[in-house]
Design a protein around this ligand. Structure first.
Ligand SMILES: [Zn+2]
Length: 170
């Protein structure tokens, strides 16, 4: 179990690093691996998004094949964040708000390739964005709030390890 906790605190510096509390980690002994679903490379405890690097690692028969934490969460349908948007204002500005959300995701993915939008649900006047990581849901909430004001709330579920971010503007 030391494997899960020994880097806690240190990894905060590296934005690509997985938090120590994350349950999805590759098995020990696979120092260089790649995700067989999305191609992310795992090297020296870092996730790297670089297609050229993926090709090099794939070509090396000693590389490990894994499913990265983001793809595992997508496969298992276990979101790390729920970002819910509602209110009359949303109906009038939905297109630009969705655009902003997608831009924020792609920018943040360059720094942390494990933070992704899993699904966008539209149900009545409510929009729900499911993310692989809690931090991305918070970032999306902050960016929508910065650009469109309204009301923003966070609620953490520590036992199940996810965050709910609610945004509303009437
Ligand atoms: Zn992956």
């Amino acid at each position: 179990m030391a494997r899960l906790s020994r880097r806690s605190g240190v990894e905060e510096k590296g934005q690509r690093a997985v938090r120590s509390s994350d349950v999805y980690l590759p098995k020990e002994g696979m120092e260089v691996s790649y995700c067989k679903r999305c191609g992310l490379v795992y090297r020296q405890k870092r996730w790297i998004m670089d297609p050229a690097e993926t090709e090099r690692v794939k070509a090396d028969p000693s590389s490990g094949k894994i499913v990265c934490p983001a793809c595992q969460r997508m496969r298992d349908e276990v979101p790390g964040g729920f970002f819910t948007l509602m209110g009359d204002y949303l109906r009038l500005h939905e297109v630009e708000i969705l655009e902003l959300i997608k831009n924020t995701e792609s920018k943040s993915r360059k720094k942390n390739p494990l933070g992704r939008i899993m699904e966008i649900r539209q149900d009545g006047g409510v929009l729900t964005i499911l993310t692989t990581e809690d931090k991305l849901a918070q970032k999306l909430g902050r960016d929508v709030y910065k650009a469109h004001s309204g009301q923003l709330n966070y609620r953490w579920n520590h036992t199940e390890n996810y965050v709910r971010v609610d945004w509303k503007r009437d």
